[in-house]
Design a binder for this molecule. Structure first.
Ligand code: CA2
Length: 145
C-alpha cells in the first residue's frame, strides 16, 4: 500500500513562520513522523510539495499509476481550485483533505472547500499531528477494501 502526502502553496515555510497557527514542525519533520508511522502500519508514504496549482495536478496524475491513496493539504488552493477538484475526482484515488488549522474557525473565505466534496473525508484543526491522523484514517479505509 502506497500513499502520497501532497502539500500545496507556502507549506514549504512550515516551521519558519506563523508557529502560533501552524506549529513548529517543518515539512521534513512531518515527513519523518509519517514515514515512522507508515513503517509501523506496514505501508509506504511518499511526499511532494508544490507552490503551483499545475504542479499539484501533475502530482495527482502521476500518483494514479502507483499509489493507492492521497493525503492532500492543498493550502489556499483548497478554497479556490476547480482544477484540483477535477484532478482528485478524475484520478479517483481515495483522498483525505487535511488542514493543520481549523479552517472553520478562521476567515470566512476559508470556510468553503472546493475539494471536500470529492474527498473521502476531512481532518482539520489538530495541528501538524493531523498528518498522522490522516495516515491512520486512510490506511484503515484502504485496509478494508
Ligand atoms: O491549515 C491549513 O493547513 C491550511 O491549508 C494552510 C493554508 C491556508 O491557506 C488554508 O486555509 C489552511 C496556508 C498555508 C501557509 O503555510 C504557511 C506556513 C508557515 C508560514 C506561513 C505560511
Amino acid at each position: 500500500m502506497k500513499i502520497l502526502v501532497l502539500n500545496g502553496p507556502n507549506l514549504n515555510l512550515l516551521g519558519e513562520r506563523e508557529p502560533e497557527i501552524y506549529g513548529a514542525k517543518t515539512l521534513a519533520d512531518i515527513a519523518a513522523d509519517c514515514t515512522a508511522l507508515a513503517g509501523d502500519l506496514g505501508c509506504e508514504v511518499s511526499f511532494e510539495q508544490s507552490n503551483h496549482e499545475g504542479g499539484l495536478v501533475d502530482a495527482l496524475h502521476a500518483a494514479r499509476r502507483d499509489h493507492h491513496g492521497v493525503i492532500i493539504n492543498a493550502g489556499a488552493y483548497t478554497h479556490s481550485s476547480i482544477a484540483l477538484r477535477d484532478a482528485i475526482s478524475g484520478v479517483a484515488l481515495p483522498t483525505v483533505e487535511l488542514h493543520i488549522s481549523n479552517t472553520h474557525a478562521r476567515d470566512g473565505f476559508r470556510h468553503h472547500s472546493m475539494i471536500a466534496g470529492v474527498c473521502l473525508g476531512v481532518i482539520a484543526g489538530f495541528g501538524t499531528d493531523g498528518y498522522t491522523h490522516a495516515l491512520r484514517a486512510l490506511h484503515s479505509h484502504l485496509s478494508k477494501r
